[in-house]
Design a protein around this ligand. Structure first.
Ligand code: GDP
Length: 381
């Protein structure tokens, strides 16, 4: 299959040579469209461990709010090296008693919806009210391309220089589940370092919203007004997850259109079953650029948090999430250890060949590999 991440240049050539654009073809014509910027951020830098510290030095640094230590501990969480992973787990374990006290907000929206502009606007307002904000990201593009759609440091310029803000790009490698787990662990470290608000940003494509939803208290969906058919493009599952839908870019000529979109969403939400939390998701308009309506968005989040704390749903949801992460981590570790087992690596190729030659069924092959692994010494380690 063709790599769909072709560059803008290739895309243009493809469009120009498209058979339907041949003069002789009288049917549909394919418009040239506009050039798109590369989807992957070329400026992303890898994080490196500059000086290594002991676990207790890291923990002390984090608890004292030392950002360099925090940043480096997050790099350990992100690292694929087993010794880094082990150290990261020890740090997380020691930080856990100091974590859990923040408000966690998930923010999603398609590229161009204005996530980074909005996070900057929300974040600056949040910080002005005396809060400490960490902005983390889950970027599904990192899995295949090692690139980043989200979370790089060149965005949110005003926020990124604030003492009370900590902005961290998405963990860079591994499956979406692995990337999400690392972000979940980073939340613990940020909370222990005194950040009382955590934003977890993700791009509105694929499964990443589900991952973010499983680690936040409030899930915010950023939408923009378009040609009137906005609701058609949005997946039902995402609407169901949202505690708030906010229509961005309500400025200039767009104000009225944003109101129409707001009504459409409000009507659509009436068809959804009531939330278990007792909360009715709200639909607001705002502008990340001018600041119009930003306060109302933040007030909505505060209101949700205070209502769900009062009716105990807040704690209930966090418990469900903790259970979810326990099982997710078991699944991930089982999978990793199985596939990284040296004997399995060799045996799996033999079994695969036998399956392809129809010597054994895929189920027999899978069972014999699993039996082999569970009888191996690896699981005793
Ligand atoms: P992201 O890809 O979702 O992070 O979106 P960005 O924050 O990078 O914004 C995408 C584009 O929309 C940029 O050109 C922004 O300047 C523009 N934009 C973002 N928010 C607003 C807004 O409130 N009003 C207007 N008019 N433009 C906006």
């Amino acid at each position: 299959m063709r790599n769909h991440r072709q560059t803008a240049g290739t895309a243009i050539i493809l469009r120009m040579t498209h058979p339907e654009n041949n003069q002789k073809y009288k049917g549909l014509s394919v418009t040239k469209g506009i050039d798109q910027p590369p989807i992957v951020n070329p400026y992303r830098k890898a994080n490196v461990i500059k000086k290594d510290y002991s676990v207790s030095e890291y923990v002390e640094g984090i608890l004292n709010g030392n950002r360099v230590m925090l940043s480096q501990a997050v790099t350990l969480v992100d690292s694929a090296r087993p010794d880094h992973q082990q150290k990261a787990q020890q740090i997380i374990e020691k930080c856990l008693p100091y974590a859990g006290k923040s408000i966690r907000v998930g923010i999603t929206g398609v590229p161009g919806a204005g996530k980074s502009t909005s996070i900057e606007a929300f974040g600056m307002q949040w910080i002005r009210s005396g809060k400490k904000l960490a902005v983390l990201a889950i970027d599904p593009s990192s899995e295949r391309s090692k690139g980043s759609i989200l979370g790089d440091k060149t965005r949110m310029e005003e926020l990124s220089v604030q003492d009370n803000a900590f902005i961290r790009p998405s963990p860079s490698a591994g499956s979406l589940g692995g990337v999400a787990r690392k972000t979940r662990e980073t939340i613990v470290l940020c909370e222990a370092a005194g950040f009382d608000t955590i934003f977890v940003e993700t791009v509105g494509v694929g499964q990443s919203e589900t991952a973010v939803h499983s680690m936040v208290d409030f899930f915010l969906l950023i939408q923009i007004t378009g040609g009137g058919d906005e609701l058609q493009g949005i997946k039902r599952g995402i609407m169901e997850m949202a505690d708030g839908i906010v229509i961005n870019k309500a400025d200039g000529d767009n104000v009225e259109k944003a109101k129409v979109t707001q009504t459409q969403y409000r009507n659509a939400l009436r068809l959804f079953p009531a939330h278990e939390s007792g909360w009715s998701p709200q639909v607001l308009t705002y502008s990340g650029k001018t600041g119009f309506g930003v306060n109302e968005v933040l007030e909505m989040i505060y209101k949700y948090i205070s209502e769900t704390k009062a009716n105990n749903y807040f704690r209930h949801k966090r418990n469900i999430q903790a259970k979810y992460w326990m099982y997710e981590t078991i699944n991930e570790q089982l999978r990793n250890r199985f596939y990284q087992n040296k004997e399995i690596e060799t045996l799996i190729r033999t079994k695969e060949a036998q399956v392809l030659d129809e010597e054994i069924s895929p189920f027999t092959a899978a069972h014999s590999l699993l039996d082999h692994y569970f009888n191996s010494e690896d699981i005793l380690k």
